[in-house]
Design a protein around this ligand. Structure first.
Ligand code: FE
Ligand code: FE
Ligand code: ZN
Length: 279
């Protein structure tokens, strides 16, 4: 099982690999630039190569790079849309040093332009930025659907995917907190949620899952993460997600509000409970 957490990229890429090992993870998520700023750090190919080797030697699953939060490819503002294109283009160029991994982004908020125009703009950015020969699959994250946020319904992701020129380079990353907050019955009927996703989007397009508990009840459209077992989803719900037979090869990533040591505890707990379930 590939289990990991969102790590700070402050010390570079190899450092994150070492931190992952220290907390019992065999995958991780990170920002590849300042999450709230537009500026990219200088690329250090030697550091990226050391991480690639560490991952190979330790049988890591694929990792997920997360786009900065300020990215909004369906903004009303042309400058903000072009910034999104530039940031994603730079990030994908960097990820070519780590072939075979994922780049996840929040589809964005259409800010009153309407769902259809929003999806058209998002697909337009993907078609501009994605190269058919690239080694990274770009993932749309399922969102809680607050405000004019796109991605709260599977149909919205489908609307984007239908307009993408390189469909094999684009997939989906689920987020358990967002989906429950968005009104999907993650707690009561995970099988039903997956069936619905398969019908609307296709399970073959699901490549990663953010495993977060939620501070708010289902359908609240809030998006406030909680630690595993400290929210409305509960440990049993998360366990059902990570042990589901259809999801066996996916990386599961914690974005819970705690530090590396706290994530290490959550990983140890989930591994122990998942092992019990298999016996
Ligand atoms: Fe996210
Ligand atoms: Fe997430
Ligand atoms: Zn969230």
């Amino acid at each position: 099982m590939y289990l990991g957490a969102h790590l700070s990229s402050a010390g570079g890429f190899e450092k994150m690999g070492k931190t992952a090992l220290k907390i019992g993870a065999n995958t991780f998520q990170c920002f590849v630039r300042n999450p709230r700023g537009a500026r990219a750090k200088a690329t250090d190919p030697a550091d990226l190569e050391r991480l690639r080797q560490l991952m190979a030697e330790n049988a890591f699953g694929p990792i997920v790079a997360h786009a900065p939060y300020i990215m909004n490819p369906c903004s009303r503002d042309d400058g903000i849309r072009r910034l999104a294109e530039r940031m994603m283009g730079e990030d994908l160029a960097l990820l070519e040093y780590l072939p075979g991994n994922y780049y996840n982004f929040h589809p964005g908020s259409h800010v009153g332009q309407g769902l259809e125009e929003g999806c058209r703009l998002i697909a337009g950015m993907l078609n501009w930025v994605i190269r058919p020969e690239q080694q990274t699959i770009v993932l749309l994250e399922t969102m809680a659907g607050k405000g004019s946020e796109i991605g709260g319904r599977f149909e919205e992701l489908r609307m984007i995917l239908d307009q993408v020129v390189c469909p094999e380079k684009v997939g989906v990353c689920m987020d358990t907190c967002h989906m429950s907050d968005g009104g999907y019955d993650v707690i009561g009927d995970w099988d039903g949620v997956l069936t619905e996703f398969d019908r609307v989007v296709g399970l073959h397009r699901l490549h990663a899952i953010h495993i977060n508990d939620s501070l708010n009840p289902p359908g609240s459209r809030k998006d406030r993460h909680a630690r595993i077992g400290e929210g409305t989803l509960g440990t049993e719900t998360i366990l059902r997600v990570i042990t589901h037979p259809a999801l066996r090869q996916l990386p599961f990533l914690l974005e819970t509000p705690t530090d590396d040591a706290g994530h290490g505890e959550e990983i140890a707990l989930l591994r122990a409970l998942a092992a019990q379930r298999r016996d």
